[in-house]
Write a protein that binds this ligand. Sequence first.
Ligand code: UN1
Length: 515
Amino acid sequence: MITIADQFGIKEALKQLGIEEINEGTSTGAANFANGKIIESYSPADGTLIGKVKTSSKEDYEKAMQQASEAFLEWRMVPAPKRGDIVRQMGDELRKFKEPLGKLVSYEMGKSLQEGYGEVQEMIDICDFAVGLSRQLYGLTMHSERPLHRMYEQYHPIGTVGIISAFNFPVAVWSWNAMIAWVCGDVAIWKPSSKVPLCGVACQNIIKTVLKRNNVPEGVSCLVTGNESGDLINNDKRISLVSFTGSTRIGRHVSKTVAERFGNTILELGGNNAIIVSEHADISMVLVGAVFGAVGTAGQRCTSTRRLIIHESVYDKTISVLKNAYGQLQIGNPLDENNHVGPLIDKGAVQDYLDAIESAKKEGGKIIVEGGLVEGEGYESGCYVRPCIIEAENHFDIVQTETFAPILYVMKYSTIEEAIALQNGVPQGLSSSIFTNSMREMELFLSQSGSDCGIANVNIGTSGAEIGGAFGGEKETGGGRESGSDAWKAYMRRQTNTINYGTQLPLAQGIKFDL
Ligand code: UN1
């Protein structure tokens, strides 16, 4: 029998990425520090065991952390543009490995191959961004109120950055954090999701060669695996900043734990993203934005579209166009580019999806497009589900909750103010969008009385943000920002310096203190 792995060259890809035998052994790379329990990684595409990873024990973690701390002392002294040059080489290396890494992402996580490549492309893009940034870590200068004084601020590396990433973007989220941290002079210790550990190992293998070639201590990039490492990171006083991507529930715990020791956090938690479909919308554009937003990555992006808030005058038309599009969706092997929808990450996620549909029904939701588990040949992993659409009310508990699955709730509105209130009327605040050709509506949506999210788009869906902007959201999404714009500032400590080049010592605020 020809397996998906044979057909799509997975074995070859794993070999190129330095990962050992499929179905047996421990992977290399993580073995750097790994003497803990073994975790197995199964592909949600076909249920095959891809590989095993020996996780980090407490002692392994400690060893990694010590290497990181030592590496920091050296790395912070490397001029920022030189650090940028090393990140540039990482980008070059990722270009070389785009194909095998993209395949592994698709096979281990279950997103489509195109999205797997897209994710590696995001890594390459953030490297390019970070290279430029390495010459732009600017502080301000300000005029002192005292004569013959100069005042300015400068940014110094913050130390060790702990990165705890989620399964849905197994490689890109790490790179948004690590590449920026590195040009800032920090070192990074990464705990990838235990659902996609091989992606972590693969990235570490790629990065290690660049560090080695440049005689940079390996501790600049540490990989630790297994859930125990997450707790160790959160509680470790030596880690100045923890960047956590995951659920609001765990994020709340991370936030408290790290705050307790006065560490900093960047939290990228749940979203509950809506598209407002105005009566002035171009429905053919809504179709692409909404369907990709809701079913792309099988609804497992933080930015996935969960709610459609549709003007009553175009409601029936929009629903009929959506129903038609959902009827054409091909569900199946994510590596096969003819398919639109791949699997959920595991059976637990399938259960959450089924439970959510039941809850929606119980609360009075009306099924517009039926969901359910897809069974039969090609779906043996038990992780494939049918994208569904449910007519619901915004206040339903289930609508207020993020379910990481392709469930789209639809609802009606009559005034734009009402639509904005519905869009904002959830605990989360990550991404939002409006489809309209009305300038009035667009500006209202983007104004201070408009969307309360970290991302607000016009005539674009809620997912697929570019790396150049700061990524993150408000309210229960956690308030963190990473990736582009000036998100780098969170990875550095700001120092205000005042220099007196005169011969007197005047005090600020005109205070007299004569001796
Ligand atoms: C996430 O789901 O955690 O905007 C990140 C997007 C992607 C990133 C999503 N660039 O959809």
